[in-house]
Design a protein around this ligand. Structure first.
Ligand code: 5GP
Length: 178
């Protein structure tokens, strides 16, 4: 489908399934080789990253574990610039190689907060795998070790990303039609 409607808003196809698969394969290849001989703990950021994390972990050829945290900084299609912790961490972080898995970094406020929190638990290392980044919205300065792609500053849905809770099930990524 080229055009979809999610809760009354119109979205146009933006990133195809083929492109998504290619991005995931490339990132997974790099992660597998960088973490060879290690046993990282992947931390997916709910809700949006659940599909990317599921795709990525099935390409992991190293022993690894996965856990999820849930933060929120978005209401509707606008970043609220405030981060609230909803679900915290249960796993032992100390002494582990942590790979945070995120679907999208926009302003970077949510991720900056999470990365700072994680460092308090004294991990061996913390790296970030992110499917896409909106460089024009990014206001922080952390680096993204495994970045799938850069996208313009438009609101997107699909592949785990929602508009007001809907649209996560779309297998491809769609951009809000202006
Ligand atoms: P940030 O704190 O970087 O501004 O926002 C990060 C979070 O906002 C992401 O984890 C994601 O859940 C949500 N987000 C940012 N941009 C978009 C977007 O274009 N579409 C959707 N559906 N969510 C977004």
């Amino acid at each position: 489908m080229e055009i979809v409607e999610v809760k009354g808003k119109v979205f146009r196809k933006f990133i195809t399934r083929e492109k998504i698969d290619q991005v995931v394969n490339t990132l997974a290849g790099r992660i597998n080789s960088d973490y060879a001989g290690e046993n990282p703990l992947l931390i997916g950021v709910l809700n949006g990253a659940f599909i990317f994390a599921a795709d990525l972990i099935r390409k992991m050829e190293i022993p690894c574990q996965i856990s999820f945290v849930k933060y929120a900084s978005y209401t509707g299609t606008q970043s609220s610039k405030k981060v609230t912790e909803l679900i915290g961490l249960n796993e032992e972080i100390k002494g582990r190689h942590i790979l945070v898995v995120e679907d999208i970094v926009d302003s970077g406020i949510t991720m900056d907060h999470l990365l700072k929190e994680l460092h308090k638990y004294r991990p061996l290392s913390v790296r970030l795998a992110c499917f896409c980044l909106k460089p024009d919205a990014f206001v922080k300065d952390f680096s993204i070790d495994y970045l799938g792609m850069e996208i313009p500053n438009d609101f997107v849905v699909g592949y785990g990303l929602d508009y007001d809770g809907y649209g996560r099930n779309l297998p491809e990524i769609y951009k809000l039609e202006n």
